[in-house]
Design a protein. Sequence first.
Length: 61
Amino acid sequence: MSDDRSKRGAADRERVAGGEDYEVEYFARKHGITKEQAEGLIKQIGNDRERLDAAARKLSK
């Protein structure tokens, strides 16, 4: 099921839709990591944005 871009709010911001290329690419660009690294983090950690942000910060250092 694709992400409904018309439904925006706190609940949507708490997650990264790993199945949506535009979200994965944005997440990777935001943290200065590759798309493959971002996909790996999502597979490893899940889609919780707070935990993904913390892991991506460690990767980009």
